[in-house]
Ligand binder design. Structure first.
Ligand SMILES: [Zn+2]
Length: 244
């Protein structure tokens, strides 16, 4: 069945840099009270934001920017050491109130539409499952969308994305990655990790926490907020093998 896509153009885009292949999809939630309000804002010239697509709760798909052009969805962002992911990505906004307004579950018809659209994009562009990411993955210090409720495993079952960690792990934390190995592995996966600094007592502070949270939302929501716990470290090792 052909995809039903409703054209709803936004003026908020520019040209992609030349010789920049499209090799990534970034998923967002809208984080507004209604889909209509989000669609209006993404098409309002003064807002200077947009995405290629928006998917309503009932599964309706709107296209705002042609894929060949660069939509303005990710802002300051990086992945795998490369900054500015708008240049290489397709941005999809998924209507959801987000953490600020009560963070409801994503709805079945909506996720069916996400899968249909991603299937179409993958067929046309050959985007690897490991390159279908969340906004918080590419901007961990600023963003938390699409968040820990997003059903990555449904996408994974269709071969469209890497799913979440389901494996066993040693709760005692023996034979685990060291702090430095875990941080290096997060960087190897693609995350931007702020440098740690030494506290007065010689311990290591700060830096990595935003990236660890983003990682947990995306790959290990059961460990969200637990820091570099044994489950998180096991998930990092697992994800590093998957994200190639
Ligand atoms: Zn976003």
């Amino acid at each position: 069945m052909a995809l039903q896509i409703i054209s709803h153009p936004s003026p908020n885009y520019d040209a992609r840099p030349e010789a920049q292949p499209i090799d990534m999809v970034v998923l967002h939630y809208t984080g507004m009270k209604s889909g209509a309000a989000a669609l209006a804002r993404l098409c309002e010239e003064t807002a200077k934001v947009s995405a290629h697509y928006l998917i309503e709760e009932d599964g309706k798909i709107y296209q705002m920017v042609d894929e060949e052009n660069r939509a303005w969805h990710a802002g300051l962002s990086s992945w795998g050491g490369k900054h500015g992911v708008n240049s290489r990505s397709i941005g999809i906004e998924i209507v959801n109130t987000g953490h600020e307004w009560g963070y409801t579950d994503f709805l079945e018809p909506q996720i069916d539409a996400v899968i249909a659209l991603l299937t179409d994009i993958k067929a046309r562009r050959g985007i690897k499952p490991s390159m279908v990411l969340g906004h918080s993955d590419v901007a961990p210090e600023r963003k938390e969308d699409p968040g820990e409720k997003f059903p990555w495993d449904r996408l994974a079952r269709q071969g469209l994305a890497v799913g979440t960690f389901q494996g066993g792990y040693d709760a005692a934390g023996d034979n685990m990655l060291s702090y430095f190995e875990a941080i290096q592995s997060l960087k190897d996966i693609g995350y931007h990790v702020l440098d740690a600094s030494q506290a007065g007592d010689g311990s290591i502070i700060g830096g990595h926490s935003a990236s660890v949270l983003a990682f947990q939302r995306r790959f290990c929501p059961a460990a969200l907020g637990q820091g570099l716990s044994p489950m998180t470290k096991a998930a990092i090792e697992w994800a590093k093998r998957k994200m190639v």
